[in-house]
Ligand binder design. Structure first.
Ligand code: HEM
Length: 511
């Protein structure tokens, strides 16, 4: 299986000669409609005119909410190292080559919005593995603004447009961020250079969450994915990004397409951080909190392989717009974790895709797995695949169609204990499993501003700090006096000098 066999699925033979209607019937004219007399009214039984207009009216599907603006390409994942001690997943075994697709996006903007608006950028990957589709739907930052899925719709609302006037609004953004202190680490990334990557090729990607790996012996590990660009990080300054937004809204889409067309294939090294299962409880930060990283001095990067993007889509709509990436697409040897954001996402994507594309979105070529599907799910809008006449439509049954790998397939066996749900993740929780509404368990060094402060002081250099101040001041323009004060208080907690520096720079920007 190669990327070509995926991108060519569903492609028609080149159209030669006279056209047909979608039903194959010959079309008399693509140019002239039927009227009652040369100057008379159009007729309702001009079948091709009606079909052409009606289909045109249905060309769009709802855009993604969020991550509407994006672009993508196909390629291959190559595993060069032996990580079988940590995972049994076929896709990660040394020597495996797996076809894949990647989609890069911004978060807040709509379909036609500029690629270079300051934003976190989506970095989403699908691997067509022999054990089913495996998706890592991450960003170009290792963290996120929130740690509980309950807040996600509020966060996205604050980044998009006001209901009143359809405008984006700095006051709303800063009001939300400064009342959501766990956002500080991600907002530091966003206001730094990484908020304006130059191209999709010149940025790293991250799975961001903590996931689980399980090896052949059944031992579980916690894992974070890192995708390191071999092209090197390149970023625009705020001014360059804004200028490009006006000049060419599709700058990053065009860059990736042209690079691949000219044979300049971008490559990312795939690395992981591995945390032994039992170390999670004692780590200085809660390792399931998506607003935190695991420091590389604690858990160094381990090489796994690389991926290359070497094929452009054959058709943007069919293969990128209808692409349905989903963190719930996990395969044996990989799993979720107690990260509440990740668990919310495990529900949200397939639900969005049923609404955005349709109940049978997985029947579309780009969403099909390369291994055979054996299911009792059937019917609904736009069903394409169907089971043979001899297949029963229910389980359990007296036929050979089968059931889940833990079922006996002959009876529904109520009363049987099928054990821990290790296909999702293994986690005997030392804090108990009674239903509760409690915040994340705090580890000794947890604090919302700790890692943001380290990023600002120790990772950024002087020039990056200067640009960061300029970017925050730029993004503050238009905030109310009340929110302005909240912004200084927020950044003073990240670094004690920062609030005062920003106050000075904001005042200067108004003088
Ligand atoms: C509870 C938290 C979250 C919810 C409920 C959520 C929900 C969604 C939804 C509904 C979509 C549109 C999917 C579609 O229509 O195909 C989407 C897209 C996306 N989300 Fe999230 N999201 C969450 C958090 C995150 C996080 C933490 C990341 C990154 C680490 C992320 C990265 C992305 C990306 C990259 C896309 C675009 C995927 C593509 O290219 O098709 N999201 N999200």
């Amino acid at each position: 299986m190669t990327p070509d066999s995926i991108i060519n699925k569903g492609k028609r033979e080149p159209g030669v000669g006279p056209t047909t209607r979608e039903g194959g019937q010959p079309v008399p004219s693509e140019n002239v409609s039927i009227t009652a007399g040369p100057q008379g009214p159009n007729v309702l039984n001009d079948l091709h005119l009606i079909e052409k207009l009606a289909h045109f009216n249905r060309e769009r599907v709802p855009e993604r909410n969020p991550h509407a603006k994006g672009h993508g390409a196909f390629g291959e994942l190559h595993i060069t190292e032996d990580v079988s001690a940590y995972t049994k997943a076929a896709v990660f075994q040394k020597g495996a080559v797996t076809p894949m697709v990647a989609r890069f996006s911004t978060v807040a903007g709509e379909q036609g919005s500029p690629d270079t608006w300051r934003d976190v950028h989506g970095f989403a990957l699908r691997f067509y593995t022999t054990e089913g589709n495996f998706d890592i739907v991450g960003n170009n930052t290792p963290t996120f603004f929130l740690r509980d899925g309950m807040k996600f719709p509020d966060f996205i609302h604050s980044q998009k447009r006001l209901g009143r006037n359809g405008l984006r609004d700095a006051d709303m953004q800063w009001d939300f961020w400064t009342r959501t202190p766990e956002s500080a680490h991600q907002v530091t990334y966003l206001m730094g250079d990484r908020g304006t990557p130059k191209t999709s090729r010149h940025q790293d990607g991250f799975g961001s969450h903590t996931f689980q790996w399980v090896n052949e012996a059944g031992e579980a590990f916690w894992v974070k994915y890192h995708f390191k660009t071999r092209q090197g990080w390149e970023t625009f300054t705020d001014a360059e990004a804004q200028e490009m937004a006006g000049k060419n809204a599709d700058y990053q889409r065009e860059d990736l397409y042209n690079a691949i067309e000219s044979g300049d294939y971008p490559i990312w090294d795939v690395k992981v951080q591995i945390m032994p299962f039992d170390e999670a409880e004692g780590y200085r930060f809660n390792p399931f909190d998506l607003t935190k990283v695991w420091y590389q001095e604690d858990y160094p990067l381990i090489p796994v392989g690389y991926f290359v993007l070497n094929r452009n889509p054959e058709n943007f709509f069919a293969q990128i717009e209808q692409l349905a990436l989903d963190p719930g697409n996990i395969v044996p040897g990989t799993g979720l974790s107690p990260d509440r954001m990740l668990m919310a996402r495990a529900f949200a994507y397939a639900d969005a895709q049923r609404a955005r594309i349709g109940a049978n979105y997985r029947h579309l070529p780009v969403n099909q797995s390369v291994n055979p599907v054996n299911t009792y799910e059937h019917e609904g809008h736009m069903q394409y695949h169907f089971n043979g006449a001899a297949d029963p439509t229910y389980s359990p049954n007296r036929y050979s169609k089968g059931a889940g790998y833990l079922d006996d397939g002959r009876t529904s066996g109520s009363g049987r204990d099928l054990g821990a749900a290790g296909d999702l993740y293994v986690n005997p929780d030392p804090h108990g499993t009674d239903l509760t509404r409690a915040a994340y368990v705090q580890h000794p060094e947890d604090g919302d501003f700790v890692q943001a402060g380290k990023l600002y002081r120790e990772v950024f250099d002087d020039a990056q700090r200067e640009r960061f101040i300029t970017n925050v001041v730029g993004a503050m323009q238009g905030v109310s006096t009340e929110t302005e004060e909240r912004v200084y208080a927020y950044w003073s907690q990240v670094d004690e000098t920062l609030g005062a520096r920003l106050r000075e720079a904001y005042k200067a920007s108004h003088s």
